[in-house]
Structure formats: structure tokens, C-alpha cells
Design a protein around this ligand. Structure first.
Ligand SMILES: *Cc1c(COP(=O)(O)O)cnc(C)c1O
Length: 431
């Protein structure tokens, strides 16, 4: 399988190169030459998530230097499960729990797979490679955990000071060793702009070799397909019907993975995007022109995205706009509704969800009220304990901490202050 930029159909690179680069040189996003299809019978019905991943991703790595290592990469990345759990409220309502990894959010799957790929790639340069990450919360911690103490690699995280949850901030600052957290006096967009400027700065790169780990990397997108395939295949074997998904959405990376699984011919039914007050996608799917805009801050902060970075990939996947609008729906949920949803599900069903997951839970409530009886899986993108400052006042009790999170919160944390200026990051990296 060969890969090209969404903006150039004439130049092709192998998957290793696309993963190492992240973004294509022309500013486009890497996509496969064509999406492969796969027979559900190709999967081992008794396989674990790592086995499903290795079978699913094999066609994407065919012919590449990493192809032989793919099963080992999957075994290393997928060391925890993504359980599909029935919700008590309705027999065909399910929760796909993606928060059982080391940093309690779904970003762990992609970050760990990317790290497992990068550490197998030969580098000519003997100097350490610095991985720059701009994060609105969960990505930075997942990348830090995945690359912590990896020889030859260093992680520098930029996050907007005061705009991530206190526990997210603690997670970002608690690794140490080869991981450094910088709290930027600005917004997420500032962090992203500073990282982009550094990556495009050739003079800086000559002194400090840099790479990135943002959500447009195929090394993060492809592994995210695995849990959708695993859940849908399991459901289909047992019930003989496709499984439908509601995906909390920001940059569209998680939902894109779900749509690619469906496009490969696996038993995924309808896909709904649940967004917070950032309504770029809901407006587009309601018929407006695509209009990226500045993000607004919400209590589902990891979805505070005004210009979803995977939109170009979505358009490549579905070139016919009218058809795309038929195939996919997106809805915006405001903070007040997120709060109500968290409170109500805790009271009525003893089910506590994070603010991101609550956007999808609300959509499920709407579908059920309208009489929809399809099997729906709400995608739970993070553990509610990461957002205790939002969740606990709504449910009047503490959220039990997952063991990994308790361990991290027990370590000391520190982050350096940085001005929201490109020059400040440059100087910091060269110091
Ligand atoms: C990143 C994130 C999202 C949004 O995922 P995208 O791939 O950017 O659409 C949703 N929920 C949580 C908890 C996240 O960390």
C-alpha cells in the first residue's frame, strides 16, 4: 500500500515515511492510495484487540519495512482492552470504553502505536529527536506516557495555562526524565501555532531535530480503527447486525477511524458525530458551507476545535458532498446540556461519564426518545475522574480514581512558564 497527500495525487510514499513525517510536505494529510476492503471472516473470532488490530492493519502496512513487525507493534500498543459494556437503560445501548490505558483517555491507543512504530525506524542522526506536542489536555499526556524513557527521544509538551483541567495539568507535568511540560500563557491555538512555526523553522531544525505527534498522523489514526472493528465484529458475531456509533468529536480523528472501518466493509452501521458548542461540523452537515472558525472554550475541553484538522481527509474519503451529508450527521451540545446529562445519568442509572462522553450520551437519549431501536454504542473517550472538577459537583460524590491516575497524581509535577510567542519556544529549544 502506498500513501499520498490529500492535495497531490501524483507523489507516493511508503507508510513508514508517512508516519515519520506526520503532515505531508505540501501541508496536506496522508491518505492511502485507496482504502482496502477486508472480509469479516478474516478475523480470529477468539482474538484479542491486538489480534484484531494486526489483521485489520496488515493491508495498510503491506510492502513496508515495518510490515513484519506489525503484530509485535500491535501487541506492544494494545496492552489494555476497549470493553463494549451494556448500559442498564436499554438492552441495545452500549458504552465503548476507551479509557483503560495509562492516561485514561482514548489518545493512549494512537500514542502508543505511534511510539511503537517510531522506535523501530532507523535514524541516521545520532542526536535525540524532540517530539513537539501542542495539547488541549489529553494528547500531551498520552504522548508523554508512550514516549517516557524511550532512548533517543524527547517530548516537549505545550499546553494553554489554566485551560486544561487541574488533573490534566498534573498528568502533563508529572513525567520528568525525557518529558518536559511548558505552560503557555495563551490558548490552544497559540500552542499549535508555536509548534507549527518550530517545525517549519529549518535553521532551528538543523540544531534541534524535531518531529510532531499530532492527531493528523496516520500513526495515530490507523490504530484507532482497531477498537471499532473489534467491537463491531464482536457484536455482529453475536447478533448478526451492524453496530452503530456515536462519537464525541473535535478534530475528527476518532470518528474518521470509525468511518474508515465502515468503508473497509466491516459491520459498522450509522455513525453520528457529537460535538460541543463548537459547531463547525454540525453547521456543515446541516447544509452550510464549511466554515472553520476560532474555537470557543467549553467544559468538554478536548473537543474545543473550530477547524477540525481531519476535515480534508473526510472530504477525500467522501468526495461527493451530498452523499457525505446523507451518510453522516453531526449535532452540537451546549455546556448546560452536558451538565444535565452527566447529572441525570448518575442519578437515574448510576452511570458517570466524562463531559466529552456526555455529548454522545445526550444524542443517544434523543434517539431513544424519538423511538429509535437500533443498537448504538456511545464512545466513552475519557474516564470521568480526569474531569473531577466538572463532574463531582454535578453528581455530589467523588468519582473513583483508576489506579493509573491515582499513581500519577501521587507523583510531583512541574511545568515551566512560556510566553505565547514563536521566538520564546525557539529560544527555549536552543538553550
Ligand atoms: C481528543 C478527545 C476527543 C476528540 O477526539 P478527536 O479525534 O479530536 O475528534 C474527545 N474526547 C476526549 C476525551 C479527547 O481527549
Amino acid at each position: 500500500m502506498r500513501y499520498r497527500s490529500t492535495r497531490d495525487a501524483t507523489t507516493f510514499v511508503p507508510i513508514s515515511q508517512a508516519i515519520a513525517a506526520g503532515l505531508a510536505p505540501d501541508g496536506g494529510l496522508y491518505v492511502p492510495e485507496s482504502l482496502p476492503t477486508i472480509d469479516p471472516a478474516a478475523f480470529d473470532p477468539h482474538g484479542r484487540l491486538a489480534d484484531t488490530a494486526a489483521t485489520l492493519l496488515a493491508p495498510f502496512f503491506a510492502g513496508d519495512a515495518l510490515a513484519d513487525a506489525l503484530p509485535a507493534i500491535c501487541a506492544e500498543a494494545f496492552t489494555f482492552d476497549a470493553p463494549l459494556r451494556a448500559l442498564p437503560a436499554h438492552p441495545h445501548s452500549l458504552l465503548l470504553e476507551l479509557f483503560h490505558g495509562p492516561t485514561s483517555a482514548f489518545k493512549d491507543f494512537g500514542a502508543r502505536f505511534l511510539a511503537a512504530c517510531l522506535r523501530r525506524m532507523p535514524r541516521q542522526d545520532q542526536r535525540p529527536l524532540t517530539i513537539l506536542v501542542a495539547t488541549s489536555g489529553d494528547t500531551g499526556a498520552a504522548v508523554a506516557a508512550a514516549f517516557h524513557r524511550q532512548p533517543g527521544l524527547r517530548v516537549v509538551i505545550l499546553y494553554p495555562d489554566g485551560r486544561v483541567s487541574p488533573r490534566q495539568a498534573h498528568q502533563l507535568g508529572c513525567f520528568g526524565d525525557n518529558v518536559q511540560a511548558l505552560r503557555v500563557a495563551g490558548r490552544f491555538d497559540d500552542c499549535q501555532r508555536m509548534v507549527k512555526a518550530a517545525l517549519n523553522d529549518e535553521a532551528l531544525q538543523a540544531d534541534v531535530p524535531l518531529s510532531s505527534a499530532n492527531s493528523i498522523s496516520l500513526g495515530r489514526l490507523l490504530p484507532q480503527m482497531s477498537y471499532y472493528a473489534h467491537a463491531a465484529l464482536g457484536w455482529w458475531r453475536e447478533h448478526g447486525t451492524p453496530l452503530n456509533f456515536i462519537v464525541p468529536t473535535g478534530n475528527l480523528g476518532n470518528a474518521m477511524a470509525c468511518l474508515w472501518v465502515r468503508a473497509m466493509g466491516l459491520p459498522v452501521g450509522e455513525v453520528e458525530l457529537a460535538c460541543n458548542a463548537n459547531a463547525t461540523l454540525p453547521d456543515y452537515f446541516a447544509g452550510a458551507d464549511y466554515a472553520p472558525r476560532e474555537a470557543v472554550a467549553t467544559i468538554a475541553n478536548a473537543m474545543d476545535v473550530g477547524a477540525p484538522s481531519n476535515f480534508e481527509r473526510l472530504r477525500w474519503t467522501f468526495p461527493d458532498e451530498a452523499r457525505l451529508r446523507q451518510l453522516l450527521h453531526a449535532r452540537s451540545v451546549d455546556d448546560a446540556t452536558i451538565r444535565q446529562t452527566i447529572g441525570r445519568h448518575a442519578r437515574e442509572h448510576d452511570e458517570v461519564v466524562c463531559p466529552h462522553t456526555a455529548t454522545a450520551m445526550h444524542r443517544l437519549d434523543q434517539l431513544r426518545s424519538a423511538g429509535n431501536r437500533l443498537p448504538w454504542a456511545v464512545v466513552a473517550t475519557a474516564h470521568p475522574a480526569k474531569f473531577d472538577s466538572v463532574v463531582e459537583p454535578l453528581i455530589d460524590r467523588p468519582v473513583t480514581l483508576p489506579a493509573v491516575l491515582a499513581t500519577m497524581l501521587g507523583r510531583s509535577a512541574s511545568a515551566q512558564v512560556l510566553a505565547a510567542e514563536e521566538q520564546a519556544l525557539r529560544a527555549w529549544l536552543l538553550r
